[in-house]
Design a protein around this ligand. Structure first.
Ligand SMILES: Cc1cc2nc3c(=O)[nH]c(=O)nc-3n(C[C@H](O)[C@H](O)[C@H](O)COP(=O)(O)OP(=O)(O)OC[C@H]3O[C@@H](n4cnc5c(N)ncnc54)[C@H](O)[C@@H]3O)c2cc1C
Length: 303
């Protein structure tokens, strides 16, 4: 019989009414389908449960890691000790606040938020339709696509600190920049975000969402596990173009490769390890540097 660790024993008593899983493979919770076992993963079903988890983990001197939909994370092969809190589909719910404003809980996917807005005849989140992450993850890293970005429409964010207290930050407070928010420096958990949108016809919003989804399907390797763009857009160029020019489409390390369809994507061809992906990204970055003098930085969060 497997022996429980100290943390597993303590949390199963202190959080007996919260869904907990022990030694759960992170590969099940990341779009790369990579990552070893997590000592404990908690799935809070409400803001109160999230607050309780944080208070209990603070008592145990354990700072949890946060995962949304895991679509921008490379999790380690050896797994992670400690507590992970998974928010996708857990902190759920959306509401209309005024004729043009909505509030979306952090665990809702960006695609669902975009469809909700479209059904209300509200334009501004079309770009988010097709980004597979959660609103919490999107706010954390100011997700964007096709000219749209979270920072253009997000007015307020409720952030819980690791003692379980909530504060409200406005757009300026969030320190949004390209694929960045202040939450990367100052830890905190997005509980919900509010968006100011514009009235438009449902038909025109849906048309735009379909057009963008068509572009994604035509250009991205959506049939293979990945974490989206592997590298941030560097100043003075596009990562995909630089990788393509360096002749690296299809370049492979173990089970990981640069997509032959879109050079900006690193994909898992089957059985890739985190070590394969890390080595692939490092070699691609070095080769692009040798060819162009431009250093590519990973966009994917390497845990
Ligand atoms: C096929 C594909 C296409 C993609 N296309 C795009 C695109 O067009 N544009 C784009 O920007 N991205 C894209 N991505 C990447 C990814 O979907 C986004 O970065 C998304 O915002 C990540 O959200 P997530 O919930 O999956 O976050 P995760 O991957 O779970 O986490 C990412 C980071 O955010 C933190 N985090 C997550 N939730 C919270 C929270 N509630 N509070 C605080 N911190 C949190 C995590 O700790 C981690 O550091 C794509 C990915 C894939 C697989």
């Amino acid at each position: 019989m497997t022996e429980f660790t100290y943390l597993q024993q303590k949390l199963s008593v202190m959080l007996h009414d919260v869904e907990l899983r022990f030694e759960e493979p992170l590969a099940k919770h990341t779009s790369f389908r990579i990552g070893g076992p997590a000592e404990v993963i908690a799935f809070p079903k409400s803001v109160d449960e999230l607050s309780k988890i944080l208070k209990m983990s603070a008592l145990l001197d354990c700072k949890p890691a946060i995962i949304g939909a895991g679509t921008n994370i490379l999790a380690p092969d050896e797994g992670l000790r400690g507590l992970i809190i998974c928010l996708k589909d857990c902190l759920d719910g959306m509401e209309q606040l005024s004729s043009t404003e909505i509030r979306v809980m952090a665990g809702v996917t960006m695609t669902r938020a975009a469809v909700y807005a479209a059904n209300l005849g509200l334009s501004g989140l079309e770009f988010a339709h097709g980004i597979p992450g959660t609103v919490g993850g999107g706010v954390y890293m100011n997700a964007g696509a096709y000219g749209g970005e979270i920072c253009q429409v997000c007015t307020q964010v409720a952030v819980m600190d690791f003692t379980g207290e909530i504060r409200i930050l406005n757009n300026q407070d969030m320190g949004f920049a390209y694929r960045h928010s202040r939450l990367e420096e100052e830890s905190g958990i997005v509980v919900y975000a509010e968006f100011a949108l514009q009235k438009a016809s449902q038909e025109s919003i849906r048309e735009r969402m379909q057009e963008l989804m068509g572009k994604r399907k035509a250009s991205q390797p959506l049939d293979l596990p990945s974490a989206g763009s592997a590298f941030k857009r560097p100043a003075g160029g596009y990562a995909a173009a630089l990788i393509d020019q360096a002749g690296l489409k299809g370049f492979q390390v173990g089970g990981a490769a640069i997509s032959t369809k879109h050079a900006g994507f690193a994909v898992n061809l089957g059985g890739a390890t985190a070590a394969d992906v890390r080595s692939l990204l490092a070699q691609v970055s070095d080769k692009v540097w040798e060819q162009s003098g431009i250093r590519l930085e990973p966009e994917v969060r390497i845990w």
